[in-house]
Design a binder for this molecule. Structure first.
Ligand SMILES: Nc1ncnc2c1ncn2[C@@H]1O[C@H](COP(=O)(O)OP(=O)(O)OP(=O)(O)O)[C@@H](O)[C@H]1O
Length: 371
């Protein structure tokens, strides 16, 4: 803010409204230059802080779970992390592939070096090469200045190529060259740049099928899958569901400043659901309920309809229904509800249900309920 009619009150009110500085006319040119330099420095420090914060947030997120399937993933991660080998992380969408990649970087000798991520599916085909390898000024329309690529930015550290199955074929050939020779060229450049990058690739696609159908280079596939890590879908590690629910309830409770809980009925709905969108879907359900639920105890009504559509089979009865199936569904729901209500205590759950512990155990085995 620059003025010839300044007062202390004006200065205070300008700063409150967002001015970074206040200067009175007539002013000294050297003084103005010093002040502008200070503001520019401050802006650059702020930008660096924001990117550091983002980096920290990314590398601090941990994989949650105690099932044998996820423990196997922890084991593989701890074995591969210290090596420099290329890792291929596969698994359905939302299973935590990106978390696994971040965990590998965090536990590697490159942990203090950059961790850079690029989503190959999110960038228009014509721009991927320049994003990966950078470009020189004037390399194409719109290339106003030289820009380093992700490989250069990740030098010394780790580069995650997310959704690698979507990388166009011509780029696959260029990627293979970088992997084999450890060097690349910027688009429009002639100089060869040496890069020391540990590569982690992730995909929800079956690359074997992509190779068979001619969409993915076989030689690149074998280069990438030196160490495969497979993230199991949530429905194959159901014992992690209550653990993840508790984790996200705690996370959103902290954000909202309240103590969120799931009613036993809501817990039963969650325990029975298949989560086709895996952990991401579970997290979204808890986040949505934490915002929309009228009180801190989340009930089935606060959950998406998919989770409790079969609540009352009799009421929703419209057409042919197999009675034995409907009864089994209701029985399973009662078991889950009793177990949730008693915090997994089988003796108390059996009491609630009016059956013996042995009978409860047999039914749990029958319905594949593992707590
Ligand atoms: N085991 C886990 N523990 C805690 N959070 C998890 C876990 N798995 C996934 N998440 C969370 O679920 C969301 C999706 O995870 P992530 O992006 O790693 O999945 P992804 O497999 O890479 O998905 P996509 O293939 O769709 O990119 C993120 O918010 C992540 O923090």
């Amino acid at each position: 803010m620059m003025t010839a009619y300044g007062s202390v009150d004006d200065a205070v009110s300008c700063m409150k409204k967002g001015a970074v500085d206040y200067i009175l006319k007539p002013f000294n040119m050297d003084d103005l230059v010093i002040r502008i330099k200070r503001v520019l420095e401050m802006q650059s420090v702020k930008a660096k802080c924001a990117s550091l914060e983002e980096h920290c947030l990314l590398t601090q997120k941990h994989i949650i779970g105690e099932s044998p399937a996820i423990k196997k993933v922890y084991r593989i991660i701890s074995q591969v992390a210290p090596t420099d080998s290329t890792v291929l992380v596969t698994g359905e969408s939302g299973t935590g592939k990106e978390l696994a990649a971040a965990a590998i970087h965090r536990s590697s000798t490159r942990a203090t070096k950059p961790y850079v991520r690029i989503n190959c599916a999110a960038i228009p085909e014509g721009l991927i090469e320049s994003e990966l390898f950078g470009h020189e000024r004037g390399a194409f329309t719109g290339a106003h200045s030289r820009k380093p690529g992700k490989f250069e930015l990740a030098d010394g550290g780790t580069l995650l190529l997310d959704e690698i199955g979507d990388l166009p074929l011509p780029l696959q050939a260029k990627l293979l060259r970088v992997i084999q020779e450890g060097e690349c060229e910027r688009v429009g450049g002639t100089r060869t740049i040496k890069v020391d990058v540990r590569l982690i690739c992730a995909t929800a696609k079956d690359l074997g099928v992509e190779v068979k159908e001619g969409r993915f280079r076989e030689d690149l596939y074998y280069r990438l899958r030196v160490i495969p890590v497979t993230m199991p879908p949530l429905r194959e590690r159901r014992e992690d569901i209550p653990i993840l629910i508790d984790h996200f309830l705690a996370e959103f409770s902290q954000k909202r400043g309240i103590t969120l809980k799931l009613s036993p009925e809501a817990m039963a709905c969650m325990l029975e659901y298949d989560f086709p969108g895996n952990v991401r879907e579970l997290k979204n359900i808890i986040e949505r309920a934490s915002v929309l639920a009228p009180n801190p105890v989340i009930t089935p009504a606060d959950l998406p309809a998919d989770l409790h559509s079969g609540d009352d089979v009799a009421e929703s009865f419209e057409g042919p229904v197999i009675l034995s199936e409907a009864l089994a569904q209701t029985e399973k729901r009662c078991l889950l509800s009793a177990l949730a209500r008693t915090g997994g205590n089988r003796t108390k759950a059996a009491e609630l249900l009016g059956i013996s512990r042995k009978n409860l155990w047999e039914k749990m085995k029958h319905y594949e309920i593992t707590l």
